[in-house]
Write a protein that binds this ligand. Structure first.
Ligand SMILES: [Ca+2]
Length: 124
């Protein structure tokens, strides 16, 4: 085995930046791209999003497990996976998901299973 040490920076987002709204152990979502607009954070699965239905355009997963996002309520319809520490700054750039997410599901581990991962690593 190599002796490489992988170190992850854990820099906090600037206090003035919208991503700073997102606390640890949450799936955070915003109504606008680049973590702007109306902010909502989830600590558990939600089969329906109420007033946030079909509203999100950016998300950030600050959990150690993956979350699925679905385009229909009750964990139905097209399903995509946001891995631990990953974010999507503009859901419209990923399978046209702008204003389409209708349920979110917290998984038991980091694996995405057969679901398509979306986003890029932002840090957790
Ligand atoms: Ca939808």
């Amino acid at each position: 085995m190599g002796a490489a040490v992988i170190a992850f920076a854990t820099a906090q987002a600037p206090a003035s930046a919208s991503p700073g709204q997102c606390a640890d152990n949450r799936l955070c979502a915003w109504s606008d791209a680049d973590y702007g607009g109306i902010f909502t954070a989830y600590t558990a699965s939600a089969p329906a999003l109420g007033g946030d239905n079909d509203r999100f355009d950016s998300v950030w997963n600050r959990n150690s497990v993956s979350w699925y996002v679905y385009v229909d309520p009750n964990y139905r319809g097209a399903r995509y996976c946001v891995r631990p520490g990953y974010s999507v700054s503009k859901l419209g750039d990923w399978f046209g998901l702008h204003d389409r997410i209708s349920s979110v599901q917290k998984l038991g581990g980091s694996s995405c299973g057969t679901a398509t991962p979306i986003g890029s690593y932002k840090g957790s």
